[in-house]
Write a protein that binds this ligand. Structure first.
Ligand SMILES: NC(=O)c1ccc[n+]([C@@H]2O[C@H](COP(=O)([O-])OP(=O)(O)OC[C@H]3O[C@@H](n4cnc5c(N)ncnc54)[C@H](O)[C@@H]3O)[C@@H](O)[C@H]2O)c1
Length: 182
């Protein structure tokens, strides 16, 4: 019987450039993020990855509708999903690392098996959710008027990456909290 598992591997980098180089971010990678976080930190690195901006699909809590709309816009096959954002971006990205992310409700209903077939790298840009080291995604299921967690070990990240510079754009109240955690 399994007793203990420690995942993911945790990394820390001083700069976005150092992270991008060490992880060789490029073709075959899908980065899920927000433009106001990605562009100032990674924009001048000319990365050859595909980038999906979560805020184009709605604001507030992550939902199944938001994730389904993002899924429809995907253009290709990816070997790695890299989330750079808060709990919203990270929780959606956990679904995207699965073999069959859509329909999301089928995952919740146990119709589609929860199997991961892409490497998952999670880079938190807020403090406190800890989602980068948990095996759960929490989505609002709009059609069911509820918010529900889906927990499975397949949704553990392979890598969690701490990049303190990404916290600098947090609103002042959050930044004070972030500073106390560094
Ligand atoms: N899976 C888990 O283990 C787990 C645990 C706790 C919470 N959650 C989920 O996390 C979600 C909340 O996540 P959150 O509190 O990180 O908020 P969030 O991801 O919703 O972010 C809040 C806002 O701040 C913006 N933002 C994020 N980082 C920023 C940065 N560095 N600079 C400027 N703006 C930034 C986001 O774009 C968003 O508009 C909830 O949906 C909750 O259910 C998940």
């Amino acid at each position: 019987m399994k007793q203990l598992m420690i995942k993911p591997t945790i990394y820390k980098f001083d700069t976005a450039k150092a992270f991008a180089e060490d992880f060789a971010i490029g073709e075959g990678d899908l980065v899920i993020t927000n433009s106001y976080i990605f562009d100032p930190n990674f924009g001048d690195l000319n990365l050859k990855c595909e980038v999906l901006y979560q805020e184009k699909y709605g604001v507030g809590e992550p939902s199944d509708d938001m994730a389904e709309a993002m899924f429809k816009d995907l253009k290709g096959q990816y070997k790695r999903i890299i989330a750079i954002g808060g709990g919203t971006v990270i929780d959606i990205s956990k679904i995207f690392a699965l073999k069959k992310p859509s329909p999301i409700l089928d995952l919740y209903d146990g119709i589609t098996p929860i199997e991961k077939d892409k490497e998952l790298v999670l880079v938190p840009t807020t403090c406190g959710t800890g989602s980068e080291v948990t095996n759960i995604t929490v989505l609002a299921l709009n059609s069911r008027n509820t918010k529900k967690g889906l927990a499975h070990d397949a949704m553990y990240a392979d890598s969690a990456v701490i990049l303190p510079q990404l916290l600098l754009s947090l609103p002042p109240k959050s930044l004070v909290q972030a500073a106390s955690m560094l």
